[in-house]
Write a protein that binds this ligand. Structure first.
Ligand SMILES: CC(C)(COP(=O)(O)OP(=O)(O)OC[C@H]1O[C@@H](n2cnc3c(N)ncnc32)[C@H](O)[C@@H]1OP(=O)(O)O)[C@@H](O)C(=O)NCCC(=O)NCCS
Length: 183
């Protein structure tokens, strides 16, 4: 796996423009093996970037050779998925002792797919969540994201159809128990 040249940093609001372009390409290209064109269009309504994560300092960018190649983050807040525009958001803080942290808004640029970027971002998220006392993480996976999460130890909890974008889009809620960290 070509991870040697990958670097990572926290995203800032100055990155928003580049990340929106990356996200559009990611949704359009990397969902094509899993969804039909109408489902992809519909999924744009329910997916997206969440500026709250940028402000919380929980959103990562991975670069390859200085180029932004992927992004994704985690949250100590209740919203499970969806961009700034999505309805039903909840910014309440979670309780690490009983709630799972959320993994959010994972996007790899199509030119960098299958190079370990998603896996790297997930490990950064899990490590940061564990540092804040969370012992479990959960997420709402797209069909495109499901193979990555399965490969990284996430287990499916439930399947839903989200039709808020017009056409029903299949999603899978998944969770993972974080390994105990010895001091
Ligand atoms: C999901 C996504 C972020 C994965 O990013 P990625 O950087 O390509 O993932 P990785 O290279 O780290 O993949 C790690 C492992 O996950 C699995 N995997 C990832 N994508 C896969 C695919 N399309 N088909 C089968 N397995 C896949 C493989 O086991 C892979 O390991 P391998 O390449 O050594 O076989 C990317 O496909 C994407 O941006 N999709 C569109 C947006 C989206 O749906 N995001 C998820 C929101 S929940």
């Amino acid at each position: 796996m070509a991870t040697a040249s990958l670097t990572h940093r926290l995203a800032t609001l100055a990155d928003l423009g580049v990340l929106r372009i990356l996200m559009d390409a990611s949704i359009f290209e990397l969902q094509r093996p899993f969804l039909d064109p109408k489902q992809i269009e519909s999924s744009r309504t329910i997916m997206g970037l969440d500026i709250q994560l940028f402000e919380d300092g929980t959103y990562f960018i991975v670069e390859s050779g200085g180029q932004v190649a992927g992004c994704g983050g985690w949250s100590r807040r209740a919203t499970l998925y969806g961009g700034d525009q999505a309805p039903g958001r909840n910014g309440a803080y979670l309780d690490p002792k009983q709630d799972p942290a959320k993994v959010r808004a994972m996007y790899t640029h199509p030119a960098y797919a299958r190079k370990g970027i998603g896996r790297l971002i997930l490990s950064l998220c899990e490590s940061a969540a564990r540092d804040e006392g969370f012992s479990k993480v959960e997420l709402m996976a797209t069909k495109s994201g499901e193979p990555l999460y399965l490969a990284c130890g996430y287990k499916p909890i439930e399947q839903i159809l989200d039709d808020r974008g017009g056409v029903p889009v299949p999603l899978i809620r998944m969770s993972k128990q974080l390994p105990f960290r010895s001091e």
